[in-house]
Design a protein around this ligand. Structure first.
Ligand code: CU
Length: 622
């Protein structure tokens, strides 16, 4: 019957349809008439050019050692910030400051990120993260999205279960994933139970000096500590963390660490531990103040929990903590208030390694077991206090009510979610609206890139019935993420002039090269669109040294203009740094190769960026 349809009329019909839907669309966004429930899924995630996302998502980059930053709800990747691994895009790990931060390490395994908090709410000042691969902690400043400090955390091997900060960022606690002998000395694994320890580190951050410090450590039993959370409001002095391998197995953990029906949550009062340290209740070990719970009594308790739990999460009101039993199909809700009573009454069921075990029945409020939901890992919360738990094995998010245990909703995700993150989900006042599932396996969700596939982050609208409305591929591999309101973060536009910085050169006529024996210091300027290393030289953009000289290049970007970043690389010398607007950076190296080496700006800066070059001349030794 449809004998012929002229091509032109088909086009016209298509054009009319497109115009109509476009008109509808702009109408609903401009007038804000459409409520979020009447917007299409595409409209909910579409952020028009010139407008910005409402939230930042900070996703841990796992063994990339980096932090991935996305906008929500658009799920646009905004930036990758290198933290524990060098990055030539930003010169991180090449300039002297960041080289010192990284030390001898060339990679890291960045796990759980945590924002600094004030009164239990994200304050938008700092982001903290830990390195499971090389036992470090880092602090990133959110004015510049750059790392300010990294510390090695001795005795704590693989701080997987961190960082989670206390309500006013007094402490972050770094428990250990791997038990080791104190000082990581050699000890036979036959002596594991006696000689190995699962050391937790209490770390502080000095915001005036941008310095991380280890305040004290606790020599916990030789178990694996998986995840933790700090208390809030009435439980603000407390923190919780999950354990596994309380069997103290030393081989084939897959089987041997899954024997006991119950492991423990460690419940501790960090204020009491601080007081114990102040009262001298610790031993000085490997230069650290170490609390040994079997000897220095108080402040630490064990709560039995379904075997091999993963996440433990404190509800926004601070009244409950919820543990997820990775190998048991249930979430268990515990009451802080009942725990405090039990501790007061010494309602204990014996002890392990000198630590009292609180009676399970005295503080357990309910075990929640949604039908066919398998592998609960981690729980987030919305603005109404409802819980959202990732189910790793059944690949779904289950929404439930912690007060009744009732399952309210569930949505499949693709596939195997580890963590999820809700908007401001770890604060005393979550926003609701959005939840992102961090899926370990994307399978065939995106264009193929060969046998190994990207991971996947899926945006779920939780304002009504849960629905996955956007999906973004992500590099391996986010473990955890945090979502913060965009307006809480106040970045700076340029680095302010620092007249006290002797390495900075702000005036062109002061650019100079100073020689001291075989040390050469270049006080140079990068500006659109040239380098000035020696203002008085015939060729100001040339550095000439002798082979074997130790060269220091102190480069200041004098373009005090937002987004005018310069780079500096010397061809074939394997070095490249970045100087952001107003910033001074130093690079230090030995001119071990004689010859002629072009140098150039690596970061596109102007129409004459290609002309921003010079030469590095190295006179050979005779
Ligand atoms: Cu440039």
């Amino acid at each position: 019957m449809k004998k012929w349809i002229p091509i032109a009329s088909g086009l016209l019909a298509g054009f009319v349809a497109a115009t109509i839907s476009f008109a509808d669309f702009s109408n609903s966004t401009n007038n804000q008439v459409a409520s979020s429930t009447t917007k299409s899924d595409a409209e909910k995630v579409y952020v028009p050019f010139g407008e910005k996302d409402d939230y930042y998502l900070f996703a841990s980059g796992g063994h990339s050692g980096q932090m991935f930053i996305y906008g929500v709800p658009s799920m646009r990747h905004i930036r990758t910030v290198p933290v524990f691994s060098p990055d030539s895009a930003t010169g991180y790990g090449f300039d002297e400051h960041s080289k010192k931060l990284l030390g001898d390490y060339t990679w890291g395994d960045l796990h759980h990120p945590a924002f600094s908090e004030t009164n239990g709410d994200y304050d938008g000042k700092y982001m903290f993260a830990t390195d499971v691969g090389n036992s470090r902690a880092a602090a990133m400043d959110l004015e510049t999205f750059t790392v300010k400090d990294i510390i090695n955390v001795p005795n704590t091997s693989g701080p997987h279960c961190a960082a989670f900060v206390t309500q006013n960022t007094e402490y972050m606690f770094l428990p250990t994933r791997f038990a080791v002998p104190i000082g990581s000395e050699y000890k036979s694994l036959d002596d594991y139970s006696d000689q190995y320890r699962g050391v937790m580190s209490a770390v502080t951050f000095d915001q005036n000096k941008d310095k991380l410090n280890i305040a004290y450590q606790v020599a916990l039993p030789p178990w694996s500590y998986d995840l933790s959370d700090a208390g809030k409001k009435s439980s603000a002095d407390w923190a919780v963390m999950t354990t596994y391998n309380t069997e103290e197995a030393t081989t084939n953990l897959e089987i041997n660490a899954s024997q006991a029906d119950r492991d423990f949550i460690v419940l501790f009062n960090w204020k009491e531990l601080v007081k114990m340290v102040a009262d001298g209740q610790y031993d000085e070990v490997t230069g650290q103040k170490m609390i040994f719970p079997e000897k220095h009594k108080g402040g630490i308790y064990l709560v039995p929990v379904a075997k091999s739990p993963h996440g433990v999460d404190v509800t926004p009101d601070g009244k409950h903590f919820i543990a997820s039993g990775k190998l048991a199909p249930s979430m268990t809700v515990f009451s802080f208030e009942k725990a405090f009573e039990a501790i007061e009454k010494q309602d204990f069921a014996g002890e392990r390694n000198g630590i009292p075990i609180i009676n399970y029945d005295s503080i357990m409020e309910r075990e929640v077991n949604p039908e066919n939901a398998l592998g609960p890992l981690h729980t987030q919360f919305d603005d109404k206090g409802m819980a959202y738990t990732t189910m790793f094995i059944s690949s779904e998010i289950v929404k439930w009510d912690p007060k009744t245990g009732e399952t309210l909703d569930r949505v499949p995700v693709q596939y195997s979610p580890g963590h999820s993150v809700a908007a401001e989900g770890d604060t005393v006042a979550p926003d609701g609206k959005w939840l992102i599932a961090l899926n370990k396996i994307a399978k065939d969700s995106y264009l193929s890139v060969g046998p190994s596939h990207p991971e996947s982050m899926q945006l779920i609208d939780i304002s009504g019935k849960m629905k996955v409305i956007q999906s973004s591929p992500v590099n391996p591999e986010p473990h955890y993420a945090q979502i913060i309101k965009a307006d809480k973060i106040k970045t700076i536009e340029v680095y302010p002039k620092d007249e006290n910085n002797k390495l900075a050169t702000y005036k062109q006529d002061q650019a100079r090269i100073e020689r001291n024996g075989n040390e050469v210091h270049v006080y140079g300027i990068a500006m659109r669109s040239k380098f000035i290393f020696d203002a008085k030289a015939k060729r100001p953009d040339v550095i000439e040294v002798n082979q074997g000289d130790k060269v220091f290049i102190h480069l200041t970007n004098t373009d005090f203009d937002e987004d005018i970043t310069h780079g500096f690389a010397i061809n074939s010398y394997n070095l490249n740094i970045e100087v952001q607007p107003g910033q001074t950076n130093t690079i230090e190296f030995t001119a071990d190769k004689a010859g002629t080496f072009p140098l150039y700006c690596t970061n596109f800066c102007s129409a004459l960026h290609q002309e921003m070059t010079g030469y590095f001349l190295v006179k050979p030794n005779k």
